[in-house]
Design a protein around this ligand. Structure first.
Ligand code: NDP
Length: 275
């Protein structure tokens, strides 16, 4: 029987995950079926239960269910535990395993596709929601020198820094950034780009950075990328590579084989640009 997987969320029609996993499966000769699963906002657990009962082997989890997926899992990987959020569920005979592949996806995209060595970098992490939580531990494990988390709600940034229990991490609000010094890497983990806006960073933050990385992606450079370029940041990119890399890590967890990401990334980029 063909093994079944899906991405669960609400809304879900926009998800590119079925296309990505179909390409991974074709490339690696794996027999899988991968669907979109729309769960009612108050019906995550029932939808997951029904998918498992019907023989489902694993799920990707997206907005707004990543925290509920954390509670659903019987066991959590260290990176899911650190993130407090799960984007990958594995249904095994010995229970449900929860993992989070978002952070490792971003780190691989930065280090591989964008050729930026993370070791020793000073990072400004903008945002303190689920995505920021997911990338914090992988950034620290990659050897960054410091991470300043800045958020619209400053207390959330400070709480996230405290919870990391790592002296390299601090948190603040946007109005405290003026005296924060220079950064090598800027990561936009806010959802501001979805409203075609950039987070309110002082322009001085961009000038000396090697890379401005926006987790949001689209057909055109995001507002954050555009400001970064105009303020002299050496390189800027969107989160399409992160999307493909986090999917590849989920595929590896489920199928035990790592697919090649570059052809899938290139195909998606062409599709986006073509509209
Ligand atoms: P959350 O809703 O958990 O967090 C949103 C964050 O954005 C909060 O820190 C919030 O601040 C901040 N924010 C929202 N609007 C603004 C604004 N106008 N100005 C400044 N800050 C703002 O979302 P996630 O963390 O799950 O996702 C964040 C983004 O990352 C989304 O756009 C998502 O699409 C993207 N993403 C991309 C992935 C990829 O593979 N490329 C993977 C995962 C996420 P406050 O706390 O004050 O509300």
């Amino acid at each position: 029987m063909t093994d079944r997987y899906a991405v669960i969320g609400n809304p879900i029609a926009h998800s590119r995950s079925p296309d990505i996993h179909a390409q991974f499966a074709a490339q690696t000769g794996q027999q899988i079926r991968y669907e979109r699963l729309l769960a009612p906002l108050d019906g995550f657990v029932a939808a997951v239960d029904a998918f498992r009962t019907a023989g489902g082997r694993g799920l990707n989890v997206t907005v707004p269910f990543k925290l509920q997926a954390c509670d659903y899992a019987d066991r959590l990987s260290p990176r899911a535990q650190a993130a407090g959020a799960v984007n990958t569920l594995v249904f095994g005979s010995d229970g449900v395993e929860g993992d989070n592949t978002d952070g490792v996806g971003m780190v691989r995209d930065i280090a591989g596709r964008h050729q930026t060595v993370l070791d020793g970098l000073r990072v400004l992490l903008v945002g303190a929601g689920g995505a920021a939580r997911g990338v914090l531990l992988p950034l620290l494990q990659a050897g960054v020198a410091a991470v300043l988390i800045v958020n619209r709600t400053p207390d959330k940034a400070r709480a996230l820094a405290l919870a990391s229990a790592d002296s390299r991490v601090t948190g603040c609000g946007f109005d405290e950034l003026g005296k924060a010094g220079r950064f090598d890497l800027l990561v936009n983990a806010t959802s501001a780009g979805l409203d075609d806006a950039a987070p309110p960073l002082p322009t001085s933050c961009y000038a000396n950075a090697r890379l401005a990385y926006d987790m949001v992606y689209g057909a055109r450079p995001t507002p954050f990328m555009q400001i970064a370029r105009s303020q002299g940041c050496a390189m800027s990119c969107d989160g399409l590579g992160m999307l493909v890399e986090q999917a590849a890590e989920s595929f590896r967890i489920w199928r035990g084989v790592m697919p090649e990401t570059e052809p899938v990334y290139q195909q998606l980029r062409q599709t986006l640009v073509a509209g």
